[in-house]
Ligand binder design. Structure first.
Ligand SMILES: [Zn+2]
Length: 284
């Protein structure tokens, strides 16, 4: 198609069509990424995170992939967001900011999430970032809670038992202080004991052999024998599951990153297809 020769009107209409097609194909990509994530499919192709898959397999830059993954998470949580992206009123970069924000502040109610999405569809990216920063400052410094009657009665009862005249907040704080003190003590005792226990019953000799063999790197290889490059948070994995008669010799143990470990579990126990779409069930 030679664009130089078409009329102004045609050019305008075609540009509009191209833009709406682009928006729909963006959404299509997000839907695919959501399914790749659900199956941990990136692990199958040798990647330890979805981010690496999107960068190296799909060719997006680091920030482009971050934006797409955040937006994908948002449409998994909210059909409203999906609709807004489809109609073009919510940009990818704004969707990503919304996701970052609701994740940080643990927004779970549909109302809160949709309010933030509405805010994001009315603002430019820069204005949205500024507004969310302002809101975040407020959220970080204070948290309003409502005490139910039942709780207030318990507080009053404790006040009476202690023969104290503390306010509700003073009582809550005193109780928290007590719990924190006791748990800190308990924690310092158990962590000393933990160091002496053989961790997860895998003989130390086997652990050493496996770690040395792997060179501190995930041992997963894809079909083309490309090895996963992950070196963090590695976990010991039974090649033949312990429950199915696998032993603890180093030949049956491999070192895997969390993604490859999880993907293997999904496959071993055949639950990939049975995983339900739980992500849309968030209600106020
Ligand atoms: Zn791996």
């Amino acid at each position: 198609m030679n664009l130089i020769k078409i009329s102004d009107h045609d050019l305008h209409e075609r540009t509009r069509t191209a833009a709406s097609k682009e928006k729909l194909s963006t959404l299509e990509l997000l839907r695919h990424l959501a399914e790749v994530q659900r199956r941990i499919l990136y692990a199958e192709y040798g990647y330890s995170t979805l981010q690496k898959y999107v960068m190296q397999e799909l060719g997006y830059s680091e920030s482009e992939s971050w934006t797409r993954i955040q937006a994908m998470k948002l449409i998994r949580t909210s059909e409203f967001a999906e609709k807004k992206i489809a109609e073009g009123s919510l940009s990818l970069s704004n969707a990503a900011e919304v996701q970052k924000y609701i994740q940080e502040f643990n927004f779970t109610s549909t109302k809160e999430i949709e309010e933030t999405i509405n805010l994001a569809s009315q603002k430019s990216h820069r204005a949205l970032v500024q507004e969310l920063d302002r809101q975040a400052c407020r959220e970080r410094t204070e948290k309003k809670i409502i005490l139910q009657k039942r709780l207030l009665e318990k507080i009053a009862k404790l006040n009476k038992l202690l023969d104290a005249e503390m306010t509700e907040l003073e009582i809550i704080e005193a109780l928290l202080d007590k719990e924190i003190r006791e748990n800190e003590l308990k924690h310092s005792r158990t962590s000393q004991a933990d160091d002496l226990k053989p961790s997860r019953y895998l003989p130390i000799q086997v652990r050493r052999t496996v770690v040395t063999r792997s060179g501190h790197q995930c041992e997963y290889r894809d079909k083309n024998a490309k090895r996963c490059s992950e070196r963090r948070n590695l976990q010991f994995d039974h090649i033949k599951p312990f429950g199915l008669g696998g032993d603890r010799s180093h030949k049956n143990i491999q070192l895997l990153c969390p993604a490859h470990n999880q993907r293997r579990m999904l496959k071993t126990f055949g639950i990939i297809d049975r995983l339900s779409k739980k992500h849309r069930t968030i209600k106020p």
